[in-house]
Structure formats: C-alpha cells, structure tokens
Design a protein around this ligand. Structure first.
Ligand code: SF4
Length: 456
C-alpha cells in the first residue's frame, strides 16, 4: 500500500488529500463516505475522488479527436513509424527494437542505433541467429546491456516457438524481456489491440489533464483508470503514440507549451493554474534514491612479446579482458581486469588488490610468471550508473609473459570495434591519451640514451 498521499486542488484552490490506495480503481470499491467531508462548495470529497479517475464521454471524445488530429499533422518522422502497417510482424519487430532502445536514451540518439541494428538484422529471424557478442557490440554505448540480451533471447524464443510474433499483450508478455509497457506498445501499434501504453510522458500528461499530483511511479492508477478510458478503439496504436508524443514534445516536465497544446481545453491543471499555482505542480516529483559510492582499481594489462619498452613499440600488443558474471551489473560483458575496493584506497592497496586478482585468476605473478615492463597510474574516472557512483582508478601495466597462460587476448586493432561498455571505452581512451602524452617522450629519451651509449 502506497504511503504517498494523493493531493488535488479543489475548485476553490484549496487542496484535498487522500491515500493513493483509496483511489486505486482496480476493484472499483465505492469509498465509504467519511463524515463531515463537505468542502467549501458543499461537494462531498468522495465525489471528487471518483471524478479524478474518470473522464466523461464528451471529454473522451474531444481528447481523442484533438490529439489524433494534432498527431496526424505534427508527428515526428521516425524510421520505425515508416514501417508498412500491412506487415504486422515486421512492424512489431521494429516497434519492439525501437521501444527497448527508447527506454535507454533520447530519440535523436536512438535513430542511428536503430538504423544500424535494422541493417544488420532486418527481421526477427535474422536477429535470432546473432550471437550475444554481436548484439552487445551493436548495443555498446546505450547501457543496461540486459535489455539487449533480452532482445536476443526473445527473438530466439519467438522463432523457436512459433516463428511469428505474438499479437496480444498476454501472449507477448510470455516472451523473455517483454513487459507490460513493451507488450502494450507492440500489440497496439502493430496489431491494433485496444490497450493503453503508459510511459513517464503519459503519466505526466494524464496527471495534468486531471490535476492529480499522485506519485508518478504509481502507474497502475493512471493506467487502469485513466489511460484505459481514453485509448481510441479505431486507432489505438496511433492514439498511444500521440499521447507519448505530446508528453515528449509539448507537455514537457519543466516547461510545457500549453498555448500549443491540442488538449488544453480539457486540462484541469491549466484551468487551476489561472487561480494560482503551476501546471508543473502536477504530478508530484519523486524523490530519487541516493546513489551509493563505490571504488574500483582497473588495470589495463598489455601483453608484449618484447622484454623492453623500446622493443615493445614495434611488437604485437595484446590486451587482457575479463568477462563479468552473467548476473548483476553489466552482466556477461567484457572489461579490463578490475577489483571492487572496500573503500577509497591508496595506490599501494589498489595495486595489491590488482596483483592478487591477476595472480589468482590468471597466474600472473610479477615475481614468477611474467616480467613487468611498465606500470603507471593513468588517472581516475567517475562512472555514473542510475544507483551507483563508481570511481575507477586506472593503471596501465605492460608485461612480458614467461610461460603460457589461457585468457582472452584481443588484437589492438580489434579492441575499438568490440562490444565494450562506455566505461571500459573511457578507460581505454585514457590509456591511449596517456601513451600519447607520456610514453612517446619517454621512449624518445630511452632511444636517445641508447644511441648515446652506443656512440660511447
Ligand atoms: S495544457 Fe499544458 S499542462 Fe495541460 S496537457 Fe497541455 S501542455 Fe500539458
């Protein structure tokens, strides 16, 4: 049961409060009329609560007509909207990929990723034949790689089970990684099922239309009670897109353009704002959970065939990458060897942690199995995840191996095209810069000293 109170401004500008649980309409239990709850206008507050969760027939008809008319004229030209309506499976696949990408980042960024993805895997069948490494590589930079893995697993499952896309929300939700939101988007846009789709944009628009300052995370209230009433029975997919588009382009979180809004006449938040207050008071802002700080030591290990820094510049360079566990943060992705530290630590502690890790995991021991040619601190980098602030201390280690060991080695030329996370890429860019700025000068000096020794 939510502890967040739901607050609505009444027509006289005062606020009425109730518990979110009281207005959740799923069971449609009539809330018992509390005693002495008449407001200043003589209306019972229970009636206000009921009103909050209902559009009347005229409102529904007007909102549908205005919104669809506006969408037809103003919708953005996006690649997944150009897919042929007659090919449901192809459309469903495009909607699925684009919706999952859009959960990660902005439309402008998604377009490029989407185009490249569709070029490589133009159909569900093509995707089902891809490897996880290929998918991760294509996804690199979007973050939250579990979503990419689910796309692959989902494609495999659909192809194995039936070969064509499930067409309803209930059947779509049996596919790995397809949840309520994505299922609604696919079913309504590709197969015309009359179901609502509720993302953050839709929650905001509906909360403002009805002047509800409920916790936006409480999407059940908004979805079942409000969005479901509005979906156009003849154009459900376009209506859902129109509502999302309105939230993304006009009814934005901090500066809505109410003067350009096609549903401003039906908007209670706008009408209440004329008596004081702001439309942006709706919906209530969610207090973000605090991110925790973590610290890690990262070591970019370059394996050289040469035994000196000078020789190494000409020889083959290989890099050691470690696969992360299949569960948890960045599951199953490759990264440079790294160790999570208990706390922010000095260089000696970090190096010991890395030494222990390399020794235990790869039998790399500077005293026995390899020779250290260079070991330098490169710098530190703060990587922000939704719930973690990870400070990474990066060092660069060049070694020459004395025996034979088994691990993943990557050619220098292949490293840039691998499916590495943006954090790993950032670390590698730091090392490249470090090499450009420091090692070239050092190498030139060593070379000069060698020549000078030879001359003597
Ligand atoms: S009138 Fe303003 S606040 Fe209301 S839905 Fe339109 S843009 Fe949003």
């Amino acid at each position: 049961m939510s502890k967040n109170p739901t607050t609505r401004r009444l027509k006289n500008g005062t606020k009425s409060s109730t518990n979110t649980s009281e207005i959740t309409p799923i069971k449609r239990k009539r809330v018992a009329k509390p005693k002495n709850t008449l407001n200043n206008e003589g209306h019972n507050q229970t009636d206000d609560i009921e009103d909050l969760l209902k559009f009347n027939d005229k409102e529904i008809a007007d909102i549908r007509a205005s919104l669809l008319g506006w969408y037809d004229k103003n919708k953005r030209d996006l690649p997944w909207r150009r897919l042929n309506d007659d090919d449901g499976d192809k459309k469903a696949y495009g909607v699925w990929v684009s919706e999952v990408m859009l959960q990660q980042t902005r439309v402008a960024t998604v377009i490029d990723y989407y185009d490249r993805w569709m070029k490589k895997w133009p159909s569900l069948h093509h995707l089902s034949l891809a490897s996880l490494e290929e998918v991760n590589e294509m996804w690199a930079g979007l973050g939250y790689y579990r979503r990419a893995r689910y796309l692959l697993e989902g494609a495999k499952k659909i192809v194995e089970d039936r070969g064509s896309f499930p067409r309803t929300v209930s059947s779509l939700m049996k596919v790995p990684g397809i949840g309520d939101y994505t299922a609604g988007a696919i079913a309504s846009i590709a197969f015309n099922e009359v179901v609502p789709v509720v993302d953050g944009n839709v929650v905001r628009v509906l909360a403002r239309l009805k002047a509800i300052s409920t916790n936006p995370k409480d999407r059940v209230t908004v979805k079942k009670s409000l969005a479901g009433q509005l979906v156009d029975p003849f154009r459900p997919g376009e209506f859902n897109q129109a509502l999302m588009e309105l939230g993304a382009t006009i009814c934005t979180p901090s500066s809505p353009s109410c003067s350009e809004c096609p549903v401003s006449v039906q908007c209670h938040a706008l009408s209440l704002s004329h008596q004081g207050g702001l439309v942006t008071d709706y919906p209530q802002k969610v207090v973000k959970t605090k991110q925790r700080n973590e610290f890690s030591a990262v070591c970019v290990v370059e394996i050289s065939e040469s035994r000196t820094l000078l020789e190494g510049e000409q020889g083959t360079k290989r890099y050691l990458l470690v696969k992360r566990p299949n569960e948890g943060l960045l599951a199953g992705l490759w990264e440079f060897p790294s160790v999570l530290l208990r706390q922010d630590s000095e260089i000696s502690v970090r190096r010991k942690a890395i030494d222990d890790f390399l020794k235990v995991s790869f039998n790399l021991d500077a005293k026995k199995t390899c020779k250290v040619i260079l070991r330098e601190e490169v710098g530190e980098y703060l990587h922000i995840f939704s719930h973690i602030r990870l400070k990474m201390y990066v060092e660069y280690l060049i070694i020459n191996i004395k025996g034979s060991l088994v691990w993943k080695c990557v050619e220098y030329k292949d490293l840039s095209s691998m499916g590495l996370t943006s954090g790993v890429r950032k670390v590698y860019t730091m090392v490249q810069k470090f090499k450009e700025n420091s090692l070239i000068t050092d190498t030139a000096q060593v070379s000069e000293q060698t020549k000078s020794r030879k001359r003597r």
